[in-house]
Design a protein around this ligand. Structure first.
Ligand SMILES: C[S@@+](CC[C@H](N)C(=O)[O-])C[C@H]1O[C@@H](n2cnc3c(N)ncnc32)[C@H](O)[C@@H]1O
Length: 279
C-alpha cells in the first residue's frame, strides 16, 4: 500500500472514542503515526492505511481495543501534585479513620491509575503515617483502561527515571528493592494495592455499591480526555460509589461536570469534593 496514501484519521478518532470515550483533537492526528507503530508491527503492517483498511473490513474488537489503548496518555508520577497527599495525611484521613474505627475497613480507588504510582503513593502514605491501621482491612483499587499499564502496575517495577519523579529518598529505601537497573515495590506496599483493567466509561463502573463504598477516590487527569456527557455520567457513577463522608480528588485543572452533586472544599492549597446528599 502507498505510504503517502490518504489516511482516514477521522475513522481512527471515532474508533478511539467508541472504545474509550477519549476525544482526540484533529490537530494532533500526527500522534497516530508514533503511537500505533507497535500495533502496526504486531500486525505485520507498515502503514496506517493498512490498519484502517483491516479495521473497516471486519469487526475486530481486540484490535480496536489495542488501537484505543495505544492512544491513551499514561503520564503519572509518585505523589503527583503532592498537596492532595499532604491534605489526606494532615486532615482528611485522621477523620475518616476515626469514623471507621469500629469497622476497621478502608477503601481507596485510584481510578485511571496508569502505571500505579498514585495507588502506591497512597499505600506508602498509609504505611508511613498511620501505624494504627495494622490489622485493618485496607484496599487500594487501581484501575485503568490500558492493559499494558495495568500489567506494569501489577509488576510494581519502576525505572530510575520514574523513581526520580516525586518519590522521597526515605520512601525509596524503605518501600522498594533495587533489582538490576530497576526498583520493585516491596510486598507490604503491593499487598494493599489491587490493579485491574477497567473502562470508566463502559455501561457500568467496575464496582457495584453493595455496602462497600469508597472512602477516598482519586480521579485525576483523566476527565480532560472525555466530553461533557461522558464526564457527567462518570461523576454521577462516582458519586454513588463514594461514602457520604468520603472525598474525591480530581486533577488540579479539573471540575465536576455536575456541581449539584458536589461540594467543593478548598483546603491545604488544593480542592477536593464532598458528595452532596439528596435533600
Ligand atoms: C494522564 S493518566 C493519569 C494517571 C493518574 N491518575 C495521575 O493523575 O497521575 C490518564 C490515564 O487515564 C486512562 N484512561 C483513559 N481513558 C480511560 C477510560 N475510558 N477508562 C479508564 N481509564 C482511562 C489512561 O489509560 C491513562 O493511564
Amino acid at each position: 500500500m502507498e505510504s503517502n496514501a490518504y489516511v482516514d484519521y477521522g475513522y481512527l478518532r471515532q474508533l478511539v472514542f467508541n472504545v474509550s470515550q477519549n476525544v482526540l483533537d484533529a490537530s494532533r492526528d500526527y500522534l497516530f503515526e508514533t503511537r500505533l507503530t507497535r500495533v502496526l508491527r504486531n500486525q505485520g503492517m507498515s502503514h496506517l492505511n493498512e490498519l484502517v483498511h483491516k479495521l473497516r473490513a471486519q469487526k475486530d474488537a481486540a484490535l480496536e481495543r489495542e488501537v484505543a489503548e495505544a492512544m491513551t496518555i499514561n503520564e503519572t508520577s509518585f505523589f503527583r501534585d503532592l498537596r492532595p497527599f499532604e491534605l489526606l495525611r494532615q486532615e482528611l484521613l485522621p477523620k475518616i479513620i476515626e469514623a471507621r474505627r469500629s469497622r476497621r475497613t478502608l477503601r481507596l480507588w485510584s481510578a485511571a491509575c496508569a502505571t500505579g504510582q498514585e495507588a502506591c503513593s497512597l499505600a506508602m502514605l498509609l504505611l508511613e503515617h498511620f501505624p494504627m491501621l495494622v490489622g485493618w482491612s485496607i484496599t487500594i483499587e487501581g484501575t485503568d483502561i490500558s492493559s499494558e499499564v495495568v500489567q506494569r502496575a501489577q509488576a510494581g517495577r519502576y525505572q530510575r527515571i520514574e523513581i526520580n519523579r516525586g518519590l522521597p529518598a526515605r520512601h525509596l529505601v524503605r518501600y522498594f528493592d533495587h533489582v538490576g537497573e530497576d526498583w520493585i515495590v516491596k510486598p507490604e506496599v503491593r499487598k494493599l494495592c489491587c490493579f485491574r483493567q477497567a473502562n470508566l466509561c463502559g455501561p457500568s463502573l467496575p464496582f457495584k455499591r453493595a455496602g462497600d463504598c469508597f472512602d477516598v477516590i482519586f480521579l485525576r487527569n483523566v476527565m480532560l480526555y472525555f466530553d461533557l456527557p461522558t464526564r457527567r455520567n462518570l461523576l454521577a457513577g462516582i458519586h454513588r460509589l463514594l461514602a457520604p463522608d468520603g472525598v474525591l480528588f480530581l486533577g488540579s485543572s479539573e471540575q465536576p461536570a455536575e456541581m449539584a452533586l458536589w461540594t467543593p472544599v478548598l483546603a491545604g492549597g488544593t480542592c477536593h469534593f464532598r458528595p452532596r446528599q439528596p435533600s
